[in-house]
Design a protein around this ligand. Structure first.
Ligand code: XMP
Length: 520
């Protein structure tokens, strides 16, 4: 199969909290897009040959000194442009219109009225002349540039949607990418298909075909190793590689002793049943636990686990003889976030994240990252299309340092076993109550605290388990899950009765921010 250039839309990022969401919505409409900071040099963007541009929102004001500017090529290449919020203000300002500070910020739900229902941007809307939308802006457009017409207005924004159809330039003062704008997807669909002329085709099936062809070209007859964690990302990487290069692939699974109940067995059994690739499973429990003995500081734990993993992985990979490639499950948000991290060097570091596959730096591998342009929901869709079992595809994320960051304080085998038992009850009950998929992540935490209780006629002085369940779209912010009282009651009852050494269960009702999802 030959791989032609991909139909691409570029979303230029001006710093909006919703930028990734714009990119996800475009992908959901089966059009490939990349999210790129606005100041990236033109040639790096033009070589993608974009069919159109979407300008994101952003916190700045177009007149502020140092405000992000509109790169020249966006207009000189004469491709369609859709400016959202700050993106629309920037377009207006750049083309000679006027932007002024609004009397007050407009934030929250609003209603727009279509002034020109015939506009192409409205091609896919149901027959309505009013639409609920989500606004979030301070400045607003007060005079249109030459050639533009008003397409929709709201009470506070006389120019809620504007367009210059002859040049394919459009602006929306509201946010079509958020779910609070229910018809936002139809607006984006019209921009992509009717205005930019996209044909679509960014589907899991096509991605798999393309990805296999790319992997075959990159790897040739080389040998590949892939770290397996039990999560969906590494499973999808392994399945793609297995289809692409078959027996040239070896997977390595390191059991660090910090996994959940029965997890090592599940990983190896599912792998043997579903994937048929060669698997090297290493039990390094002793090694990890002795390195962690006496350590209580969260960052030190992470560092020890990260380094140990790399060393063990490296030793196993060397045993395989010459290995040419190392496959990793890096995702698109990692790429986007590391680009913005580099940009804001010096920003406060909250936690050191490490992923399975954290790199042996001095090894002579070339990296293979077939998921580096996918969002998590796309990885799941690819996993389903590849036929991976639902319990892998829909599994909650699990951190690289495993239960070590959920045993607050010192990590010992006994404390891990207590946590594993409580955690297994939580997960089992979530499934039974049909709440597993209604939470984005749920787990138990063992606290370094003992509390007084009474069991039978005896005083107890025993461990405390905290339960954490969150709902989130992107794991950057999260809300605690409103689990039903009856479920919480059952969890508490089962955990104190079935897990030796625990006499108290608490439920964590902190959102992120200010808390983080994990306790360490
Ligand atoms: P926090 O605790 O930072 O977690 O709110 C956000 C998400 O990241 C996961 N997490 C990690 N994942 N290596 C990982 O692969 C890590 O070191 C790590 N630390 C946190 C966490 O489980 C949540 O999903």
């Amino acid at each position: 199969m030959t791989i032609g250039p991909r139909e691409t839309i570029v979303v230029l990022d001006f710093g909006s909290q919703y930028s990734q969401l714009i990119a996800r919505r475009v992908r959901e409409l089966e059009v490939y897009c990349e999210l790129i900071p606005y100041h990236v040099p033109a040639d790096q963007i033009l070589h993608l040959n974009p069919l159109g541009y979407i300008l994101s929102g952003g916190p700045a004001s177009v007149y502020a000194p140092g405000a992000p500017h509109l790169p020249e090529f966006v207009l000189t290449t004469k491709k369609p442009v859709l400016g959202i919020c700050y993106g629309m203000q920037l377009l207006t300002y750049h083309l000679g219109g006027q932007v002024d500070p609004g009397a007050e910020r407009e934030y929250g739900p609003a209603e727009i009225q279509l002034v020109n229902p015939e506009a192409s941007l409205f091609n896919h809307l149901p027959a309505l002349d009013r639409l609920p939308v989500w606004m979030s802006h301070g400045d607003r457009v007060t005079r249109l540039p030459a050639g533009f017409q008003v397409l929709a207005q709201s009470q506070n924004s006389p120019y809620a949607a504007i367009g210059d159809p002859a040049r394919g330039l459009y602006g929306l003062q509201f946010h079509p990418e958020v779910t609070h704008t229910p018809q936002g997807k139809e607006l984006l669909q019209a921009f992509l298909y009717d205005i930019c002329g996209c044909r679509g085709g960014w589907t899991p099936g096509n991605f798999i075909k393309e990805s296999i062809a790319r992997l075959q070209t990159q790897i040739g007859h080389g040998k590949v190793v892939c770290g397996l964690s039990g999560g969906v990302d590494s499973a999808v990487v392994a399945a793609l590689l297995h289809q692409a290069v078959g027996s040239q692939l070896t997977c390595i699974f390191v059991n660090n002793g910090l996994l959940r109940k029965n997890e090592p067995e599940q990983v190896t059994q599912t792998f043997a049943k579903e994937m048929h690739a060669r698997l090297v499973a290493v039990d390094a429990t002793e090694d990890f636990l002795s390195a962690l003995a006496g350590v209580t500081d969260p960052e030190t734990k992470r560092k020890i686990i990260g380094e140990k993993f790399v060393r063990i992985f490296e030793a196993e990979a060397r045993r395989l003889g010459q290995v040419d490639f190392l496959a990793q499950g890096t995702l698109y948000p990692d790429i986007i976030e590391s680009a913005s991290r580099d940009e804001q060097a010096g920003a406060a570091k909250i936690k050191t994240h490490h992923n399975v596959g954290g790199l042996p730096e001095d090894m002579d591998f070339e990296l293979v990252e077939p998921l580096r342009y996918l969002f998590k929901d796309e990885v799941r869709a690819v996993g389903e299309t590849l036929g991976l079992p639902a319990q892998i595809v829909w599994r909650h994320p699990f951190p690289g340092p495993g239960l070590a960051v959920r045993v607050v304080g010192e990590v010992t085998w006994e404390r891990l076993e207590t946590l594993r038992a409580a955690d297994a009850i939580l997960i089992e009950e979530l499934w039974v109550a049909d709440w597993y998929h209604q939470t984005s992540q749920a787990f138990a935490v063992l606290l370094p605290v003992q509390s007084v209780g009474v069991m039978g006629d005896y005083r107890t002085y025993a461990d405390v388990i905290a339960l954490r369940a969150v709902v989130t779209d992107d794991f950057m912010t999260a809300d605690w899950a409103r689990l039903p009282e009856a479920l919480l009651a059952r969890l508490s009852n089962r955990i104190v009765n079935e897990v030796a050494g625990v006499n108290r269960v608490v439920y964590d009702i902190s959102s992120k921010p200010p808390a983080t999802i994990e306790w360490e």
